[in-house]
Design a protein around this ligand. Sequence first.
Ligand code: RB5
Length: 143
Amino acid sequence: MKIAICSDHAGVEYKQKLINWLEKKGYEMINFGTDSTESMDYPDVAHPLAEAVEKGEADCGIALCGTGDGMAITLNKHQGIRAGLAWGTEIGRLVKAHNNANVLVMPARFISYRMAQQIVMKWLETDFEGGRHQRRIDKIPIR
Ligand code: RB5
């Protein structure tokens, strides 16, 4: 499975650790940056990641910034993206089971790295439930 990943300066430390950890688990990681702790603008990495997921170059994505909100707001401008913000494992499960989020967004400044790992694992191992949730997802695009 190919996972695209991006962060701004606030999430870069967790991003790098997640890349190393997930690669050891056998996932192919596509890193969209940033790779520096210098202040940068999250849309500069969020848009390229969203495009890669929309084109099928990656199966899904992970994005981190300070609050997660900047990433989620930017990613969700893309019609093919359902970016879900999760700060706990139950939300990580529900954002896949109910919302079929194809990008997981986490608030690096508000969770521990251990929590970030647990959220990622829960999101990856959870299946979308379909049914009434598919009906709701079908109503998301602007008509
Ligand atoms: C960076 O200081 C911070 O604004 C950013 O990481 C994020 O929280 C924005 O939504």
